[in-house]
Design a protein around this ligand. Structure first.
Ligand code: ZN
Length: 433
């Protein structure tokens, strides 16, 4: 059933020409809203978003190159990767030498059309497979037509949904929707994001969640700008991207590398895919670059299946529906679903005596029996109890859970819970939402 849903989303959304603004993004978000509820926000061109400005809205109607005999060598209609995204309009005839600077090919992958963009420098260009470009005649004349508009009165489209839970503690799930016909980067992310939002909307929630979908970089900044005043409860989250390839499952850590969202992801992955590849944080990457910048410091991790930069077909026409299969996306969906289950089952707690260590002996909690107890088992029990007490108190900053203490100490969860109850009775710890 879910596989069919994924299949339909893939086939319906793959052909759309998306960019950082324009009808492709708008149509994609409106299509998704047929099956899941979120708000659409239009951010006008010219709006400043921190150090950036929303560019004019770009839409393309027609683009092709013909040789002197009128034969079409490239047509945007046959593949929307053929045009450099944000190409300015052009209508003219050019020599081979004149056209060369505007043609992009990938000699190392001769059958692939590369993906190129030029959002902030006005120019025009075409992307062609090296194979077909090598057949163009050097003494030919080339008619080039791009009918596109760059509308300064347009807007950038983004989607957002807030799902309140019992706790105001909030987790952010984002994805980007600015790529044209490529399946792993990033239609797979769009689909996984949609299915997760649908799933969470329909279930009772202990924690709160915010879902956002926007064009990469400028859209993330536009989202941060628009919601700047309402993000203080966000603990961290995940950028859902590149989750549909046939390759291995991986996890890119947040900039803190061992934050709650990292520990949760590791826990989920260890249960489902213990052989997962672990990637350290890198300041290059996706929208974690914006969220984790010093002004926001929101830790964002990413589960990936064929991570960007790591697969041969990255940013080419070969990242298509032969490469990405619904089953792969389903595997990633189930991993994120597990992450949500892990979040929902988390029990946060707080140290009520956080200024130095509490004096355990005056509460009768410090075992003073060491000289008297000879049985090894009893001693073991005491040292484990002290270990659990120390870590429970130490990690009681409100951002750790009982599972964290169990993992840190290697003590079974039931034992940690028992010691927690003891400390709770002594008003040293309490559960918090
Ligand atoms: Zn990309």
């Amino acid at each position: 059933m879910r596989i069919d849903q994924i299949e339909k989303l893939l086939t319906d959304l793959f052909p759309t020409c998306r960019s950082i603004t324009g009808n492709g993004v708008r149509d994609t978000l409106n299509y998704l809203r047929k099956s899941v509820d979120f708000q659409i926000h239009e951010i006008p061109s010219g709006t400043s978003c921190f150090d950036w400005t929303v560019p004019p809205e770009w839409n393309v109607h027609e683009a092709f190159i013909e040789d002197a005999s009128g034969k079409r060598l490239v047509d945007f209609k046959s593949n929307n990767l053929h045009i450099v995204s944000y190409s300015a309009p052009v209508d003219g005839t050019f020599s081979y030498e004149e056209i060369i600077p505007h043609i992009h090919t990938l000699p190392e992958l001769p059958e692939a059309i590369p993906y190129r963009t030029s959002y902030y420098k006005q120019q025009w260009g075409f992307c062609v497979s090296h194979q077909s470009f090598s057949q163009w005649k050097k003494n030919d004349r080339f008619r080039v037509v791009i009918r596109s508009d760059l509308n300064p009165k347009g807007s950038l489209t983004l989607g957002e949904a807030f799902l309140p839970g019992e706790s105001s503690r909030e987790f952010l799930f984002t994805t980007y929707c600015c790529h044209p016909s490529m399946a792993n980067d990033n239609l797979s992310g769009v689909i996984t994001w949609t299915l997760l939002l649908k799933k969470l909307s329909q279930m009772p929630r202990k924690y709160s969640y915010r879902f956002a979908i926007f064009p990469e970089t400028i859209g993330a900044l536009a989202f941060l700008k628009t919601f700047q005043g309402s993000l203080e409860n966000i603990m961290g989250g995940y950028v859902i991207t590149n989750v549909g390839g046939p390759g291995p499952i991986g996890y890119k850590k947040t900039y803190l590398e061992n934050h709650f969202v990292d520990r949760i992801a590791k826990r989920a992955l260890n249960k489902l895919h213990p052989q997962f590849t672990s990637y350290p944080f890198d300041a290059a990457g996706s929208d974690e670059r914006q969220f984790s910048s010093p002004g926001f410091h929101i830790p964002m991790g990413s589960v990936t299946k064929d991570k960007y930069y790591e697969y041969l077909y990255y940013h080419t026409s070969l990242d298509n529906l032969d490469f990405v299969k619904p089953q792969n996306i389903n595997t990633s969906f189930k991993t994120y679903e597990k992450i949500i289950q892990e979040i929902e089952s988390s029990v946060f707690y707080k140290n009520l005596s956080p200024f130095g260590e509490p004096m355990l002996s005056k509460r009768g909690l410090y075992p003073t029996l060491s000289g008297h107890v000879n049985q090894k088992a009893a001693q073991d029990h005491i040292s484990k109890q002290i270990d659990a007490i120390n870590w429970l108190m130490f990690l009681g900053d409100g951002h750790h859970t009982l599972t964290d203490v169990s993992e840190k100490t290697g003590l079974p969860m039931e034992f940690v819970e028992e010691v927690f109850d003891l400390l709770q009775k002594n008003t040293l710890l309490k559960k918090v939402l």
